[in-house]
Design a protein around this ligand. Structure first.
Ligand code: PEP
Ligand code: MG
Length: 617
């Protein structure tokens, strides 16, 4: 069906003056209005011939040519980056580097070559199989239904990586079969881009100044396309069922990415309301721009530290744009998830150094690998541990520091890599801290510290120039055990970080990854709050810094409660920073303390929720 035919069909379905509302998953906020501009790609050819009729050498040659062509295409996209606003460039460029690595001497290219030689496959069949297998193995270990937030980053990073394997696989198959890509240049100025599916590299082809909004039928909210659209700050809604069948070229669309709705051919009133909302939003956006530069302090004058969580180096520019004053939680377990093997000491050091470089003197807290649990069991192989048996409960098994102490050589390598990265900064980097995940007892901290100090001594002996005092070593308080012995932990840890995602899970015995019990997962449950309160008391009494880096920190009103409980430092997904800062600047410590007093008398999560929601309205 041609675009024109599709347009006529779409229009025929809408009676004059009657609008239609489609729903999807909003991945950015904002309202955009414009005529629909459909961008369609020719479908990927079906791979019917699996066994090659050429000899192995010839088939391998076809593969190498497809790889070389893909590398040229990536380079072309890279050249177009200058057309993007500066804010989006680094994100796309980071992604292109991921593609470059996949096309280089990677697990993907190695496995494709051996499938061609060992199984006699055609290059396209080998590519399709290997990219699907790699993506599946990542998806199998990722958790996609974390209830605490839409952007539960731990799982999202794995899902994105799986998507990139599929993406590079599709690119190679297209190159092998000669089926080309879509064209973005035909999109009229001010159009709403309507597509079946967008690939991350497509985003580099979009000129955000010419596009009012983006809507897709496919895509997920946590893939790289979503991250890049967020970076470009375009109102965007993905996963809209029936979009391509119901929207025709030229249909007027109001894309409300707050509500996740697309109004097709709005009536005059709907159009007027949308215009008003869009211009109100433009004013608010300008105000957020100002907030980013203002200090995070309460009306009563107390300074609050607002930091960001980070999983992928590609997300660094977004952090800075959102006004993060550093990284409060670098989830290092995701930094290497696209590598065949865990990089060695120098390989890891290079990646940590890149993050420290990117933060330009701001503080960075690096958490050592939190493998296991819902982050996936695949990583256990790095620590030489068998996969858990069916029926085991990985959340209560070898995870975080427990796993690392079973494989001290892995921990030693990571400590050494972090310390080498710090040393390379020659005093230019901001303060670095090192964080231990999933601690439940003092002996784990003592054992980890012994390793840390031994690694420091060895590096010094090798002539590595380390600061006189090693970077502080801290503990994640994310189990009830850790919270209840926080007074003892602070004797061995230089700082504490409350991981409220896991603290909620372990306290309430509610799996954070299980949708069936999502309604029982409540970080505002009095039991969780009492554990936070006792941890805060221990930290304050011992004069140890304490931060919250779970998803609770992304909700401005909950942050107010946590300030009342004594917390002064928060680390969150960076998109939440401006909103949290905006509320902080309008409230006093007395109000936060009053909220705490009211809430801590309560015995039900729902009652706490009501009080917190009513705060500062
Ligand atoms: C937490 O548990 O709150 C936390 C920050 O760690 P993660 O979400 O990576 O488990
Ligand atoms: Mg955790």
């Amino acid at each position: 069906m041609s675009v024109t035919e599709a347009g006529q069909r779409g229009r025929a379905r809408t009676k004059r003056g009657q609008s239609r509302i489609l729903r999807g998953r909003a991945i950015t906020q904002g309202i955009g209005l414009g005529a629909a501009g459909r961008v369609e790609a020719l479908p990927l050819p079906e791979i019917t011939t699996r066994i090659s009729r050429y000899d192995v050498a010839q088939e391998k040659q076809r593969f190498e040519e497809a790889v070389a062509r893909a590398q040229r295409q990536i380079e072309k996209i890279r050249r177009r980056l200058v057309r993007l606003p500066e804010s989006g460039r680094d994100d796309v460029s980071g992604l292109l580097t991921v593609y470059d690595r996949m096309l280089g001497p990677s697990r993907l290219t190695r496995q494709v070559r051996s499938k061609i030689s060992d199984e006699g496959l055609t290059a396209e069949a080998a590519v399709a199989e290997v990219s699907a297998e790699l993506a599946q193995s990542i998806v199998a270990t990722a958790n996609i239904s974390l209830p605490s937030t839409d952007e539960q980053d731990a799982a999202a990073a794995s899902m994105r990586l799986a998507g990139e394997f599929e993406e590079i696989g599709r690119r190679l198959v297209r190159n092998l079969t000669g089926v080309s890509y879509r064209a973005f240049s035909s999109l009229p100025e001010g159009a709403v881009l309507v597509a079946e599916q967008l690939r991350p590299a497509d985003i580099a082809m979009i000129d955000p100044a010419r596009v009012a909004a983006v809507v897709t039928e496919g895509n997920g909210g946590a893939d790289h396309t979503a991250i890049l659209l967020r970076a470009l700050d375009i109102p965007a809604i993905v996963a809209v069922p029936g979009l391509m069948a119901q929207v025709a070229e030229g249909d007027m669309l109001v894309v409300d990415a707050h509500l996740g709705t697309i109004t097709v051919n709005p009536n005059a009133t709907e159009m007027r309301l949308a215009r008003e909302a869009a211009s109100k939003e433009a004013r608010e956006r300008r105000a957020f721009g100002r907030i980013r530069r203002l200090p995070a302090e309460l009306k009563s004058g107390e300074a609050i530290e607002l930091l960001a969580n980070l999983e992928l180096a590609a997300e660094l520019p977004m952090l800075m744009r959102n006004g993060a004053r550093g990284i409060g939680l670098l989830r290092s377990e995701f930094l290497f998830s696209d590598e065949d093997d865990l990089p060695d000491e120098d390989g890891q050091a290079e990646v940590y150094r890149a993050v420290l470089d990117g933060m330009a003197g701001q503080p960075v807290t690096i958490r050592v690998f939190d493998w296991g649990g819902e982050k996936g069991q695949d990583y256990l192989r790095y620590a030489g541990q068998p996969q858990p048996a069916v029926g085991d409960n990985p959340a209560l098994g070898l995870r975080g520091i427990r796993l690392l102490l079973k494989a001290p050589e892995v921990l030693e390598t990571q400590f050494a890599a972090i310390l080498k990265a710090v040393s390379a900064g020659d005093g230019q980097y901001g303060p670095v801290r090192v964080l231990l995940p999933m601690v439940t007892s003092v002996d784990e901290v003592v054992a980890a510290r012994e390793i840390y100090e031994r690694v420091g001594r060895n590096l010094r002996r090798q002539g590595v120039d380390l600061p006189e005092v090693l970077p502080p070593l801290g503990v994640m308080v994310e189990t009830p055990a850790a919270a209840l012995i926080a007074d003892a932990l602070v004797q061995h840890a230089e700082f504490l970080a409350l991981g409220t995602n896991d603290l909620t899970m372990y306290t309430l015995a509610v799996n954070r990854a299980d949708a069936a019990v999502a309604d029982r997962y409540s970080p505002l449950h009095p039991a969780v709050l009492r554990l936070i309160a006792t941890t805060a008391e221990s930290a304050l009494r011992a004069h140890r810094p304490l931060s919250v880096c779970g998803e609770m920190a992304a909700d401005p009103k909950i942050v107010a409660l946590l300030i009342g409980l004594g917390v002064r430092s928060f680390s969150m997904k960076s998109a939440s920073l401006p909103r949290v800062k905006r509320l902080i600047r309008t409230i006093s410590f007395e109000e936060c303390d009053q909220l705490r007093r009211e809430v801590m008398l309560m015995t039900e999560a729902d009652a706490v929720q009501d009080v917190v929601r009513r705060f500062a309205t």
